[in-house]
Write a protein that binds this ligand. Structure first.
Ligand code: ADP
Ligand code: MG
Length: 363
């Protein structure tokens, strides 16, 4: 608490897809064990190190256990602001890692073994909150940033844009975002599905399979303060007075958050050219990822040498300000394809991720 803590960065290399295998793509990424990964292609030969590397054979469970995701859930329960974000080029496995193939097929429920970091975290969160016996209130909000506009994915009706504000006490926050309480795994999974479908509607309208927006699902964890000496006349209704930790001083009210960020990929920018809506879309994705990259490189400098961090350059960086440079605890999952055809995007993701390892926060 209060100490400088590094961002934890792990890497996931997805298997070659059927298409890549069929057309005979070379595999240019090899895990060396111990968090090291090697890229070897015609004119490139480089090794990168991460907190952990998951190769094509790694199961969803192995990623959950080996990435530190379980600890992140526990820290959120302890009152910290925790964030996990997946980044990498389109098709590199970000959504698969966070949600599993479930996000791709609505009709067939995914096999439990394929569930992603999100569902595994929800299970862990609910188990932990029950076993801790404290009186916890859980709620979720789900937003997307599309064309530099923040939209609520949980509120019914057509998507409306929400204002992003700043205050001294709260930092950057979204005004009027809907926060829905939940108590069961089914309830939160159904919120996730509802929100993801709304997110995909905008993607489908433009005939895209890949998400063209950044999505942020935040779980708010509030432990109700337990009063040891309830005021007269209020005692009978005081929640948690018969369980939890009986003493007010020993059990202060805590508020933790656990935020999952699924970033849009950037590489289509080149292909979309300069026509109309797609170009606006691509430009705003590009702009916010560029702003994110810029903030990360500045944050990666030692604290004494840092200049002003331009969080205000995009909505994405404003919303991630706390996770990146403030009081949050952050896990970054970099996703890459092993194919030779993705080499330049892969190298760019690896450089970006390596830089992020030097970023520190003060939880
Ligand atoms: P992104 O969200 O980064 O655009 P996706 O998660 O949609 O990428 O993944 C692209 C494709 O690759 C999907 O068909 C997905 O099912 C598949 N895929 C990604 N990662 C894996 C993995 N680790 N194992 C098996 N298939 C994967
Ligand atoms: Mg995706």
């Amino acid at each position: 608490e209060g100490r400088e803590t590094r961002l934890r960065v792990v890497l996931r290399v997805r298997p070659l897809t059927c298409t890549e295998t069929r057309r005979g793509d070379q595999q240019v990424v090899h895990s060396l064990g111990d968090g090291a990964v090697h890229v070897s292609a015609a004119r490139h030969d480089a090794t990168f190190g991460f907190s952990a590397v998951f190769d094509a054979g790694a199961s969803q469970e192995a990623v959950f256990e080996g990435s530190g995701m379980r600890q992140l859930v526990e820290l959120a329960l302890d009152g910290f602001s925790c964030t996990v974000f997946a980044f990498g080029q389109t098709g590199s496995g970000k959504t698969y890692t966070l949600m599993g193939p479930l996000a791709q097929s609505e009709t067939q429920p995914a096999s439990p073994a394929l569930l992603g970091l999100m569902q595994r975290s929800f299970t862990c969160l609910l188990e932990q909150s029950r076993s801790r016996g404290s009186d916890l209130a859980l709620s979720a909000s789900y937003l997307e940033i599309y064309n530099e506009q923040v939209r609520d994915l949980l509120s019914p009706g057509p998507p409306c844009n929400l204002p992003l504000r700043w205050s001294k006490t709260r930092g950057f926050y979204v005004e009027n975002q809907l926060s829905v309480e939940f108590e069961s795994l089914e309830a939160i999974v159904s919120l996730l599905l509802q929100g993801s479908q709304r997110r995909r509607t905008s993607a489908h309208a433009l005939n895209r399979h890949s998400s063209r927006s950044h999505a942020l699902l935040t779980i708010h964890i509030r432990s109700r303060a337990v009063s040891a000496h309830p005021a007269p006349g209020e005692g009978w209704g005081a929640r948690g007075s018969s369980r939890g930790c009986g003493q007010a001083s020993a059990c202060p009210s805590k508020q933790g958050t656990l935020c999952f960020v699924d970033l849009a990929g950037s590489e289509r920018v080149k292909e979309t050219g300069s026509s109309g809506e797609l170009s606006v879309e691509a430009n705003s994705i590009n702009r916010s990822l560029l702003a994110l990259g810029h903030c990360i490189s500045l944050l990666a400098k030692p604290r004494g040498k840092r200049t002003h961090i331009p969080y205000r350059d995009s909505k994405l960086t404003r919303l991630l300000a706390r996770s990146l440079g403030g009081s949050g605890i952050t896990l970054m999952v970099a996703c890459i394809s092993p194919s030779s055809r993705c080499l330049s995007e892969t190298l760019s993701t690896l450089h970006y991720a390596s830089r992020a390892r030097r970023v520190t926060t003060r939880p």
